[in-house]
Ligand binder design. Sequence first.
Ligand SMILES: *Cc1c(COP(=O)(O)O)cnc(C)c1O
Length: 389
Amino acid sequence: MTFIPFNKPYVPIQSYEYIKEAIGRGKISGNGFFTQRCHNFFCDQLKFKKVLLTSSCTDALEMSAILTQISPGDEVIMPSFTFPSTANAFILRGAHIVFADSESTNPNMDASQVASLITEKTKAIVPVHYAGVSCDMDTIMQIARENQLYVVEDAAQAIDSYYKGIPLGTIGHFGAFSFHETKNLSSGEGGMLAINHERYFDRSEHIWEKGTNRSSFFRNEVDKYGWVDIGSSFLPSDIIAALLYAQLEEMDTIQSKRLQIWDRYYSQLKHLEQNGYLRLPSIPDYASNNAHLFYLICSCEKQRQDLILYLKNRGISAIFHYLPLHKSPYYKDKYRGPKLPHSELYADRLLRLPLYYNLELDQVDQIVETICEFFSTKKTIYSASINER
Ligand SMILES: *Cc1c(COP(=O)(O)O)cnc(C)c1O
């Protein structure tokens, strides 16, 4: 039996050359040659206004919490069904987090609820594009405009994904991306902040480089550099940027393989959805699919647990995802809001299947067959419970 892991990092052969080149250039700290090449890739080819590579998406979120001038007592609205970094970045600045529920049709924040969560303390909305599928951005941006709020897109999973043709991460004031090993493009650890309005360009560079105006100095805009703002060391080494650049060059190849896998899962599992055994991802008309994740929504937590075990015993690693943040050990006693039933539903029933560049299509078929086999043997137990979703 060959084991199929949930994820396997893909390292393009060119990575080794680029790392060698980065070292050979004799400047391996941040903001070097490959960092610039990555920045140019996003600005020239993908039409981002300004980006800064960071050591993680967590860092990019922390930068955006500084840029939005979050101060103690400010409220920040975000989904409960997300990774702790989305919230932590703002908690570190003293914010109180107001959690929104997910939509019934997909795990994204329900934009129609956001207006009712706004108070005079609200400072920002942080939509998370779960699985790389866009939130309802027109609604969110309109609420933000009406109430003069910042929008920070947690686009960790959303590289090469679009809302009505516009790249995710470029719609709000700021967009935070991840290049962690588990994401579509990866430099091991890594991230990026997209800065979408010119008025934040200078300050974002200062915060990025330890509160100094070092970037302006190296562009010969000032004759000496110094401490001008708060900040931290958010920039990655140029070796990390070299790794990332090799991925960017192969973005189209990586993405088309991931989509091929995604489509194969979808078309071959569709009949299980039609027969009421589970739900497959649903992608709104305004959103594109970047094939970040392929997930199933089981009919109950018990079914998911049994399916995980069934797959595991046959060498396939499938895993659940977030525990809702409003029920997390760190936050449950601080949470003052209502029940968030959809967030809890996804926490209990969502199951992610293996999806990575080097996953072979016959392995996808093998996974699909195993899932179908599970449902054909368990038919009587679960078919009755599916409609209580
Ligand atoms: C992966 C992820 C993060 C964290 O990214 P890092 O690069 O590991 O810091 C944050 N938010 C979401 C939604 C993620 O999926």
